[in-house]
Design a protein around this ligand. Sequence first.
Ligand SMILES: NC(=O)C1=CN([C@@H]2O[C@H](COP(=O)(O)OP(=O)(O)OC[C@H]3O[C@@H](n4cnc5c(N)ncnc54)[C@H](OP(=O)(O)O)[C@@H]3O)[C@@H](O)[C@H]2O)C=CC1
Ligand SMILES: CC(C)(CO)C(=O)C(=O)O
Length: 312
Amino acid sequence: MKVVVFGAGALGVYFGGRWLQAGHQVSFLVREKRKKEIEEHGLYIHSVQGDYRLNEPDLILRPEEVESCDLVLLSVKGYHLEEALPILKQLVEKGARILPLLNGIEHIYKLQDELGEEAVIGGLAFIIATLDEKGHVVHTSVQHDIVFGPLAASQQKMCDSLSRMMDASNMNALLSSDMLKSLWQKYMFITAFSGVTTAANLPIGKIREQGETIKLFRAVLTEMKNLANAFHVRLEEQDIEETMAKMEGLAYESTSSMHQDRRKGLRLEVDHLQGGALRLAAQCKLKLPYIETLHALIKPFEEGAVSVGAKL
Ligand SMILES: NC(=O)C1=CN([C@@H]2O[C@H](COP(=O)(O)OP(=O)(O)OC[C@H]3O[C@@H](n4cnc5c(N)ncnc54)[C@H](OP(=O)(O)O)[C@@H]3O)[C@@H](O)[C@H]2O)C=CC1
Ligand SMILES: CC(C)(CO)C(=O)C(=O)O
């Protein structure tokens, strides 16, 4: 399989690296700054599932450098999607299908509109990974899972090939038979998990100790279930209970990547996640007051570190 990783950050390097390790041809489409960083410090995966050094990874700066490509692993942040579109178009014209791993849902509809339904496979990831100061991947969760599956019937064959590729790599893969539902289930979870941990600026263990805050978590799940139903994706009470159980099972210090980004003073995906839910709700005249409140509380941190000036 010829793969281009578009978004050579934590997720892209982790999964791209695992496929390289398994013998696939993987190129990383990067910008100048990231290229220099990789050339200076090399590219490593430090992982509870086994370390790996990517030897002289193939770094490309422009889509023109790609002759042909079967798959693009899309792992940019939501706020970089718009500028990625023209490049993705060029890669699709060269025969690629796109496997996005972004959290959220709006990007799926956007990619399908811009690239055609045929080109966009469904995908999501369960992993906790970040980049250290050298740009190396630090993977700390036992989980290193991709859930993926066809969003158009014609993608089944490609998904079967992907399944073989991923099963032979150091990672877990699950081929979903109802990918749209899988995407919405993760979107429901991440909207609550990222929203509550980031707004409260607390890990999930501390949040679990507060009845009122857990009530808020559940209320967000209920709003997301209603939103999914408005988009003809059947999420049920049982999905809420399963998501609550998943949250209860997380380690005390666990937190969302958005909350980690807030702690590091980095830009946040709040517009893509909570903002995306509000835009979709507006389309079907649905009110999401809990999500609207979380969105408003996180917004001031969206662009990164906030300085509040001198203390009174
Ligand atoms: N990290 C995690 O544990 C998880 C993350 N996710 C989701 O996965 C997605 C990616 O997250 P993550 O890997 O953490 O993000 P990172 O910020 O680590 O990586 C994103 C990368 O995309 C690159 N990029 C953006 N635009 C371009 C462009 N035009 N050309 C080339 N490269 C570009 C950035 O490069 P540059 O350095 O040049 O800006 C950066 O290296 C997010 O939606 C996140 O919510 C989902 C599950 C877990
Ligand atoms: C919850 C988690 C860590 C699962 O992969 C995630 O997707 C995120 O926080 O962005």
